[in-house]
Design a protein around this ligand. Structure first.
Ligand code: UD1
Length: 444
């Protein structure tokens, strides 16, 4: 193992991430039409895993377009606890890890950010050893990690779980994982990313079959390639990685956040407004755009990385089933439910990715929606008007759905539980205010 102690620090300067999350509330007064252009931030889920991937090299990395979010700060804290030095200047984040101080990720940090479990792959591949607490379930489901663990075992790691922590090490003299063929029972984003990172430093070729095809997986592959990794097929269901002895530092720009973009497209649809969004990668929005068009709106390409939503005269009903990319993203399910709740006719939304991701139904019903649950499906009878109410955000995307419902509701909706919102949206209220929304944050 290469790593011995060295003093490290984290400087997340200029990081207006957390707004005023404590006991803060959002007040949203509905009825305003929106207009203008929204600046879309860097993708949270890409930035998180790319940050973890910087563990693969001892050389400095510079990440650009990193969003200011609570989750990003938390990943920074996890990396800092492992001995990395982070320095943030606006959207750029420099990460250096010449040596690591420990291979043990602290429980109190991992339990606050599920995605920080993903450090297990690069940590193990670089040092031959990793101890990472099981992240546990979260607001939307149990979220097991056995696909990550089984894949690492297939690559030769010895893995056991003891007192809630996953202990992994590479037996033998080489200190390197072995390339192999891994079939994932489900195209898990996190497992694909963990195994892809681990494989970049393995001996020989790793083939991940039934891999996740999400844009964030491609972004991670591109970052690993920028570090000298040899990866082909990211974005398809078969990814091939030929391991190398070491990777070097890289300067890399994170892709725009397709879920933030989707949320603003729904904001335009629910307020029947015309909005322009940039930067976006239009191909990342295909499933979202298809549903918005089915619902009666139009999404026009204004430039290579810019789209505009044009409202139709009605919000038509739709049937939506969430699924792995290129299917409809589970991270947009709650926002579309808010939209369809305010539309014409009866819609059906089925959640197939997570087992407990419909808790926003009760809150939307408090705002006058007519939604019935049937297992993991929701039958939505559109109502002509939603009415403001005090509501509680139950998870990250559910909180966005409540903001969207509030934009269309009569009266002033008061939303609590903003720590969820601040995990994944940078300054949502500021961006909406600039478009003409009546939305303010207050201390409760
Ligand atoms: C990532 C995203 C999250 C998104 C999700 C699905 C990050 C940080 N988060 O989460 O925003 O909603 O993809 O697009 O990138 N599963 C298992 N065993 C495993 C791993 C996963 O059963 O070992 C199950 C999960 O419980 C879930 C499904 O697979 O039901 C999908 O999970 P996965 O794709 O792994 O999501 P995450 O990577 O956790």
């Amino acid at each position: 193992m290469e790593d011995t102690a060295i003093v490290t620090s984290i400087h997340l300067s200029n990081s207006p991430t957390t707004a005023d999350t404590g006991d803060a509330i959002l007040e949203v007064t509905g009825g305003s039409s929106l207009s203008g252009q929204v600046a879309i931030s860097g993708a949270k889920n890409s930035a998180l895993v790319v940050m973890a991937a910087t563990l693969l090299t001892s050389q400095p990395c510079r990440l650009r377009n990193v969003p200011h979010l609570v989750d990003i700060d938390r990943m920074g804290e996890v990396l800092s606890a492992l001995g990395l030095t982070l320095n943030r200047q606006d959207q750029a984040l420099e990460i250096v890890s010449p040596t690591l101080t420990t291979t043990q990720a602290p429980y109190d940090l991992v339990s606050r950010l599920r995605a920080s479990f993903f450090v297990i792959g690069p940590l193990l591949a670089r040092t031959g050893m990793a101890q990472v607490p099981l992240p546990g379930g979260c607001a939307i489901g149990a979220r097991p990690v056995e696909l990550h663990v089984r894949g690492l075992q297939a690559m030769g790691a010895n893995v056991h779980i003891d007192h809630g922590t996953v202990h992994a090490y590479i037996p033998g003299q080489t200190g390197r994982l072995r390339g192999t063929k891994i079939y994932l029972d489900y195209p898990s984003v996190g497992a694909t990313e963990t195994l892809m990172m681990a494989a970049t430093l393995a001996q020989g070729e790793t083939i991940i079959e039934n891999a996740a095809q999400e844009p964030e997986v491609i972004d991670l592959a591109n970052f690993c390639r920028a570090m000298g990794g040899r990866i082909r097929g990211a974005g398809t269901n078969t990814i091939r990685i030929v391991g190398t002895h070491e990777l070097h530092g890289a300067d890399y720009e994170i892709i725009p956040d397709r879920i933030e973009a989707g949320t603003f497209l729904v904001a335009a649809a629910i307020t029947r407004s015309s909005l322009s969004l940039a930067p976006v990668v239009p191909e990342h929005l295909t499933a979202i755009v298809a549903k918005l068009q089915e619902i009666g709106g139009q999404v026009l390409l204004e430039g290579p990385n810019q789209v505009r939503y044009q409202p139709g005269s009605r919000i038509l009903p739709a049937t939506i089933q969430t699924g792995p990319f290129p299917g409809f993203p589970t991270d947009m399910q709650a926002q579309f439910m808010a939209l369809l709740a305010h539309g014409d006719g009866t819609s059906l939304i089925s959640e197939t990715v997570f087992e407990n991701r419909l808790r926003h139904v009760a809150e939307l019903n408090r705002m006058g929606a007519d939604i019935r649950l049937n297992g993991n499906s929701a039958i939505i009878n559109g109502v002509p008007r939603l009415s403001a109410a005090p509501v509680m955000a139950t998870d990250l995307r559910a909180s966005a759905a409540l903001v969207l419902a509030g934009l269309a509701a009569e009266g002033t909706t008061v939303i609590q539980g903003l720590h969820h919102l601040d995990r994944g949206y940078h300054n949502l209220e500021g961006k909406l205010q600039r478009l003409g929304a009546k939305i303010t944050r207050h201390r409760a």
